[in-house]
Design a protein. Structure first.
Length: 431
């Protein structure tokens, strides 16, 4: 993932050995504090090893600001494009993004109370207006897509599904000293709006800023284009609003090459066949492994995830020659894409003075303040090969449920229409 996303934002951490007794106690402690939906997960307490990562809620670049107050915004942006694969069987997948469809199922299952107005395609559009709408929607309905930390402590967003702190006035109160250090802003609605606007501006700037100094190889790969697919989602509230106002063109200004959203999107786009196209390739590999189980390591299903592995990912052709090699390459690419679709961005911001920090590209100016920032990525462990059948089932569940709720909504509209027009409805009965 480092080669796709750049070493500046990827932290491998350090493998550390820990006493088994300590790990066992830690495991028990964590298990009792897990949100209900994650109780099925278990920490590996028997390996004796752990991964020690830096605290990514803190600034990762400049150490002279180490003791200053820090804000960190964690965003889990999810999948930022509409698939265009010819293997797709349900047309709706070309028009409505996975996140927006999934919202309906999540609300029905009780994972979240309300449908979010956030649409990843707005965030990944590179269009500042659409990005503003996306970030504002995240602030209004954080779900598990937005968290804000102050000095390493969670002050906004969900700790778990029952414990969701998302009072914008309270957030503005926390943010005011960062964005308006000299005060001068009265409190109340105006203040909240102004402070939140400043936060969104700072986030947009960091998400669009390009890093030129890392070893990211996105440029090495032929970039995967999304021109075949549309750049907006039919379910996005932003697009609907535009259409309602008679504007039929949803703009996507495009992302600057090298910015974090561009890199994540490029990695996501390695999913070129969609899970519907991938499923049969998975079956091909499974069948082969049944016959030749020892080949598993030669096919590098479980790594090592090194340069050779990375080189293989560069083959973007989608012409199936019927070989196991082709199937394995597409599976590897899919796993990288899925990882990029589920990772989180940590943006750390620390105030800095006018004459501090010579490298302007690491500074984001706001109306009354100035911040040094660092961008890091979390949750980059490659999604397992074994997940593929599960992904396939989940995909069809999401799409089917969405279609069902769409149909129910249409039926309701029709019913309401008939009710409203009851007086003048002529009904013919067969005699
Ligand atoms: O499939 P999705 O899009 O629901 O993503 C899952 C996430 O749900 P989300 O939609 O973000 O609320 C899900 O997030 P939560 O646990 O619900 O916060 C996990 O990140 C899951 O990954 P893994 O199986 O734990 O490795 C994610 O599963 P993968 O599909 O990435 O394996
Ligand atoms: N290095 C870090 N620095 C700061 N915060 C972190 C770091 N790692 C994780 N977190 C916080 O913890 C949350 C959960 O982390 P993560 O998603 O990596 O756990 P996980 O691997 O999904 O856990 P599990 O699968 O055991 O439930 C993140 O969303 C983030 O808020």
């Amino acid at each position: 993932m480092n080669l796709f996303l750049g070493e500046n934002c990827v932290h491998y951490g350090e493998v550390v050995q820990l006493p088994l007794e300590f790990l066992k106690r830690l495991c028990l402690k964590i298990q009792s504090e897990r949100p209900e939906s994650r109780c099925g997960k278990e920490m590996d307490a028997f390996s004796g090893y752990a991964l020690c990562l830096p605290d990514l809620t803190r600034l990762q670049t400049y150490h002279f600001v180490e003791h200053r107050p820090t804000l960190c915004i964690e965003i889990k942006p999810k999948c930022g494009f509409l698939p265009s694969s010819c293997h797709i069987t349900k047309k709706v997948k070309h028009k409505v993004c996975r996140f927006c469809m999934h919202q309906h199922l999540k609300v029905a299952k009780g994972k979240w109370k309300r449908i979010s107005k956030y649409c990843p395609l707005d965030l990944f559009s590179g269009n500042k207006q659409r990005m503003y709408f996306a970030l504002m929607s995240l602030l209004q309905e954080t779900q598990n897509n937005l968290k804000i930390f102050k000095n390493g402590e969670l002050i906004f967003g969900c700790r778990d599904h029952r414990d969701c702190v998302s009072d914008l006035n309270e957030l503005a109160h926390h943010l005011k000293p960062f964005f308006f250090p000299a005060n001068g802003l009265s409190s109340g609605l105006y203040c909240t709006r102004t402070v939140i606007k400043e936060l969104i501006h700072a986030l947009t700037m960091t998400l669009l800023s390009s890093s030129t100094t890392d070893n990211c190889r996105v440029g090495d790969m032929k970039s995967v284009t999304i021109s075949q697919g549309r750049s907006y989602c039919d379910a996005s509230q932003f697009s609907k609003e535009l259409l309602r106002n008679g504007n039929h063109k949803t703009e996507g200004s495009g992302l600057p090459k090298g910015c974090i959203l561009y890199k994540i999107l490029q990695a996501q786009l390695l999913d070129m066949l969609d899970i519907e196209g991938l499923r049969s390739l998975y079956d091909r590999v499974e069948q082969y492994l049944e016959e030749f189980p020892k080949e598993r390591s030669n096919l590098e299903i479980d790594g090592p995830y090194n340069e050779t592995f990375y080189e293989k990912l560069k083959d973007l052709s989608t012409e199936d020659d019927g070989t196991v090699t082709y199937a394995v390459t597409k599976i590897h690419q899919y796993r990288v894409a899925m990882t990029a679709k589920d990772c989180s961005i940590m943006i750390a911001l620390t105030p800095c003075l006018q004459d501090e920090c010579p490298e302007q590209r690491c500074v984001v100016p706001t109306s009354k303040s100035r911040f040094v920032y660092s961008v890091s990525l979390l949750d980059l462990d490659l999604k397992p090969y074994e997940n593929i059948p599960h992904q396939y089932e989940r995909d069809s569940k999401i799409v089917n449920y969405y279609l069902k709720s769409l149909q129910a909504k249409e039926d309701q509209h029709l019913l309401d229409f008939y009710k409203e027009n009851e007086d003048c409805t002529l009904v013919f009965h067969k005699v």
